[in-house]
Design a binder for this molecule. Structure first.
Ligand code: SF4
Length: 159
């Protein structure tokens, strides 16, 4: 992870620009789901991960309520993540066929994984202002990736 992304990660993790989402994350992390009752949830916005020399960016809408919001890593701790990392391992992009938590030593080859929105919204439906608030972080992440040239900044205008 490059120092620029490290610094951005810290800003994202401490962000509280969207009160509705901050409140929702708190609620999820207190209530938890049955199979994760003994765990301490991450309970903060979830930054992307990978490295600056990425040629591929894998982008989701937002962290899952009991996936990324619990583990602190995008696409980690839910079924979509399990499927994704099996595929990434098969094609040589990740060093493990799974992503469990922030301490599992997962490494990606030339790939960056993130979400457009860094906080899970209720019913997976973000509001326009929340997307707008978070777009600054997404833009900074993608524009930091040296090898991705074809990113279009017009996506924000479609909301
Ligand atoms: S969605 Fe983005 S802008 Fe809103 S609180 Fe989370 S990190 Fe901050």
């Amino acid at each position: 992870m490059d120092i620029r992304l490290n610094s951005l990660d810290k800003t994202i993790i401490n962000c509280k620009k969207c009160p509705r989402l901050v409140k929702f994350i708190h609620k999820i992390s207190i209530e938890k789901r049955k199979q994760n009752m003994d765990e301490i949830y991450w309970a903060k916005p979830v930054p992307g991960f990978g490295n600056l020399n990425s040629k591929l960016a894998i982008v989701g809408l937002a962290p899952a309520a009991h996936g990324g919001t619990r583990t602190g890593r995008a696409f980690t701790g839910d079924k979509s993540g399990d499927f994704l990392f099996r595929c990434l391992y098969e094609v040589g992009i990740s060093n493990n066929p799974y992503s469990k938590n922030l301490k599992d030593n997962l490494k990606l080859n030339c790939t960056y994984i993130t979400n457009i929105l860094k906080c899970v919204p209720p019913k997976d439906k973000p509001q326009r202002n929340e997307l707008s608030n978070c777009s600054e972080f997404f833009d900074k992440e993608i524009s930091s990736l040296k090898k991705i040239k074809s990113y279009s900044y017009t996506w924000k205008n479609s909301f």
